[in-house]
Design a protein around this ligand. Structure first.
Ligand code: SF4
Ligand code: SF4
Length: 206
């Protein structure tokens, strides 16, 4: 992308990089990653940093989404029949679901880096035990650190001081904000058959 003028631009750039890395990891691990549409056991009601919230809201408005269906009884209100209605605009955390994640193992005396994943993926095996190391995993800590910094910049950009960068925003607030904005009506985006709870599309069948 060209010069990045705003924190929202930087957030979108980070999101694109996370998606690219997720794509690489999916290509590398293939069917060993068993995360598929309609498994949504890791979906929960989320709160997100203000920059992420406003980027998602802007995406939805750009797409002409005037209202969102919400299921108050679902683990995340944006699940519909096991699919994510926010799929294209979903938060970063949802883009990491199912992938092996790199982290520093505080149980190891030398604090070695290792990888972990959802217990359902890799057929329930511990990634480290089957030779999946941090180089084959998503680095979440730098992603979170960059998101944190972009969020602070976002709050500074708002000269009116309206944004408190420490106050996370419930994703469910999208419903009322979209309604209040009364944007032109259009069908909301759906997750399609690619995925239920935020994983990038897989090459394999469900
Ligand atoms: S990470 Fe994937 S496989 Fe694991 S619970 Fe979530 S959706 Fe299911
Ligand atoms: S992937 Fe979608 S349904 Fe699942 S937690 Fe994220 S926003 Fe909610």
């Amino acid at each position: 992308m060209g010069p990045m003028n705003s924190a929202i631009d930087r957030y979108v750039d980070l999101r694109d990089r996370v998606d690219r890395r997720a794509g690489e990891l999916l290509a590398r691990h293939g069917r060993a990653i068993t995360c598929r549409a309609r498994c949504c056991d890791c979906c929960v009601d989320l709160t997100v940093f203000p920059v992420e919230y406003h980027a998602i809201l802007a995406d939805l408005r750009r797409a002409g989404v005037a209202s969102l269906p919400i299921d108050p009884s679902a683990a995340c209100g944006f699940l519909r029949d096991g699919l994510c209605v926010l799929y294209e605009a979903r938060p970063l955390i949802c883009r990491t679901h199912g992938l092996p994640l790199a982290f520093e193992d505080d149980r190891s005396p030398r604090r070695l880096r290792t990888a972990s994943s959802c217990p359902r993926t890799f057929d329930g095996a511990d990634p480290a035990a089957i030779g999946v190391g941090p180089a084959d995993a998503l680095e979440v800590e730098p992603m979170n650190a960059e998101l944190f910094e972009i969020n602070l910049t976002f709050a500074r950009e708002r000269a009116d001081g309206e944004i408190d960068p420490t106050r996370r925003i419930p994703l469910r607030r999208l419903v009322e904000d979209l309604a209040a904005m009364s944007v032109r009506p259009s069908a909301s985006r759906r997750g399609g058959d690619d995925h239920g709870s935020g994983r990038a599309p897989r090459g394999g069948a469900e």
